[in-house]
Ligand binder design. Structure first.
Ligand code: 13P
Ligand code: SF4
Length: 319
């Protein structure tokens, strides 16, 4: 089939074959986050959490990076690879955390905290990263915060729930930017408590972007990769999952015998536990962005130069 007609009329198998061909032609690597739709995860070269994907992006020798995730992830890959083309299937795949921390407002916020070191969650714009001392993900936030001497005052941005969880775990106060993930703050505590009562043998795994009202019910709190590791290693056969349901694809593949129970959002009439930004990417858009080599991530070189410093510090610290 002619490549130009595949996206309009092709079957999934056509698209898989076409994407595979383009991957070879472009010498591209396809990176996918665990919240992407199953087909995208299945065709990707690497599926991972934010940290693992940043680590792969930092080391790849591919000529083109196709990032099936959200904008800040692709932007981080571009900052790490200024001379490579980085493609994102849908440029509108944003993030409420990144959008909720505009650099001008963040600059004013920081002016109130002289002498503080600034730790920014990777879910923020390049311009916000450029104002930070170090970046973290949910996979290494505890390690990053603990790397500062105990008497060093800290600002943590932009996720107040992740920041509060780290503060509680380490017994360490931090000034928190008041941001949140619109998906993780919407999980229903009432439904979670009901599910726990209905499934007394189940364990609860939750992402630290959730508010404490949710986390206090969890047996395990961690990044998407850590939640998957917990699901593999726990002896329990039923797992209540409090994060974006895209993760269930890998979790079910890795644990075919276990029962996975996703927690719905507070409004059960909608699928608001799904990230609307992650779900903007589709297999068709993945194909089209590779065929047309657009949308491409562009970062102002000066902003990128400054943002690279705290990203590199995070990568040197590792998971
Ligand atoms: P991790 O994959 O790092 O756990 O992050 C979750 C997330 O919300 C990404 O946007
Ligand atoms: Fe951003 Fe939340 Fe979506 Fe992750 S799940 S990309 S933090 S809006």
């Amino acid at each position: 089939m002619d490549q130009s007609t595949i996206a309009a009329s092709g079957t999934c198998a056509d698209l898989f074959a076409a994407i595979d061909g383009l991957r070879r032609d472009l010498k591209a690597v396809i990176l996918a986050h665990y919240y992407q739709e199953p087909d995208i995860q299945d065709i990707a070269d690497h599926v991972g959490d934010s940290l693992a994907l940043a680590q792969v992006a930092a080391e790849t020798d591919a000529e083109v990076i196709v990032f099936a995730g959200v904008h800040f992830m692709a932007e981080t890959a571009k900052i790490l690879n200024p001379d490579k083309q980085v493609l994102l299937p849908d440029l509108a795949a944003g993030c409420s955390l990144a959008d909720g921390c505009p650099p001008e407002a963040f600059g004013k916020f920081l002016a109130d905290y002289p002498g503080h070191k600034v730790i920014s969650y990777i879910n923020c714009s390049a311009a916000t990263k450029a104002m930070s001392d170090i970046i973290c993900t949910s996979g290494n936030a505890l390690k990053v915060v603990a790397s500062f001497p105990p008497d060093q005052p800290l600002v943590f941005a932009p996720d107040r729930f992740l920041g509060a969880w780290v503060s509680r775990r380490l017994g360490r106060d931090m000034a928190l930017w008041p941001g949140s993930c619109e998906v993780h703050e919407m999980f229903s505590e009432k439904k979670l408590v009901e599910l726990k009562a209905l499934c007394p043998g189940a364990v609860v795994a939750a992402h630290p972007e959730c508010p404490n009202a949710i986390l206090q019910h969890a047996d395990h709190v961690g990044s998407t990769a850590a939640i998957l590791e917990f699901a593999r290693s726990c002896p329990e056969q039923e797992i209540i999952v409090v994060t974006e349901p895209g993760i269930l694809h890998q979790m079910q593949k890795q644990n075919p015998g276990k029962t996975l129970i996703p927690v719905p959002g507070a409004d059960e009439s909608c699928s608001c536990n799904e990230c609307p930004y992650m779900k903007k990417n589709t297999l068709e858009k993945l194909y089209l962005c590779m065929r047309d080599r657009t949308p491409e991530i562009i970062v102002d070189p000066e902003v990128a130069r400054r943002a690279l410093v705290p990203i590199r510090r995070m990568l040197e610290l590792g998971r």
